[in-house]
Ligand binder design. Structure first.
Ligand code: ADP
Ligand code: MG
Length: 252
């Protein structure tokens, strides 16, 4: 039965998509059966896996509107993972679902049909705490929170914690914190080291030992539509995301 992990933080640009794509590809490389769910209307995880979001005929939008099944829409990729792609029409779902039945559990219902087919289902969440993110957290067993090593890193953390509490009480009592991941670490700055210390103080053993540095290869790989292990398997970025995948497996 698949373990479902939502990669979520309401801030944009903290490394959610980079983590979703590269963690998925590394878990795939380690022999796990992985489904990557792009649940951000920007479709960056979709393009990051080499799929063209502008020419998609079917996407996760139709799945949550219950027009198509998950299996109708899932695409196999050459990177040992399957992808449930997204395109901009997903933005409309937030409004269209607002008054619908079971509006918070559309994604959960869809993913439950695929739990037996995968070991891990990784959800790339949008940078907001709206209905799409609620769907992701309702569906997930665990939330993985990427935090960028920058001055404003700690701002908004209490908002995430409040959201997790709310989801716990109202929608998904089983949701756990799968881990907090420090991203875009720059070893040359004191600031990065300070952020690591502060985040560890706040989240204690929830923080992954693996810390993701800022690297050129990680920022380049998406423009080639590739996870970094496919783009340059010897790169530092490939090595650290492989370490993260191993840590995720270890933590269970
Ligand atoms: P989010 O999904 O949270 O908005 P992204 O994963 O898209 O964040 O990352 C934001 C930007 O930073 C992207 O251009 C991405 O390529 C870049 N980026 C993310 N992680 C790294 C990293 N470790 N090193 C270098 N660039 C990174
Ligand atoms: Mg993103």
């Amino acid at each position: 039965m698949a373990k479902i992990i939502a990669i979520a933080n309401q801030k944009g640009g903290v490394g959610k998509t980079t983590t979703a794509v590269n963690l998925s590809a590394c878990l795939g490389k380690l022999g796990k059966r992985v489904l990557l769910v792009d649940f951000d209307p920007q479709g960056n995880a979709t393009t990051g896996c080499g799929l063209d979001k502008t020419s998609l005929e079917k996407s996760v939008y139709q799945v949550i509107m219950r027009e198509l099944t998950l299996k109708d829409v899932v695409q196999h990729t050459e990177y040992q993972i399957d992808v449930l792609p997204a395109s901009i029409d997903l933005a409309g779902a937030e409004v269209e679902l607002a008054t619908s039945e079971e509006r918070e559990t559309r994604l959960k219902d869809a993913l439950d049909t695929a739990r037996g087919d995968y070991d891990y289902i990784i959800i790339d969440c949008p940078p907001s705490l709206g209905l799409l993110s609620l769907n992701s957290l309702a569906a997930a067993d665990g939330i993985l929170v990427p935090i960028q090593c920058e001055f404003y890193a700690l701002e908004g953390l209490s908002q995430i914690v409040d959201t997790i509490d709310l989801v716990h009480e109202e929608i998904n009592p089983d949701l756990q914190i799968a881990g907090v991941l420090l991203t875009m670490f720059d070893p040359r700055t004191n600031l990065s080291a300070q952020v690591v210390e502060e985040v560890k103080k706040f989240f204690e053993d929830k923080v992954f030992d693996t810390i993701i540095p800022r690297t050129v290869r990680l920022s380049e790989a998406p423009s080639y539509g590739m996870p970094v292990i496919a783009y340059d398997s010897s790169a530092k970025g490939a090595k650290v995301y492989m370490e993260l995948a191993e840590e995720v497996l270890r933590r269970g």
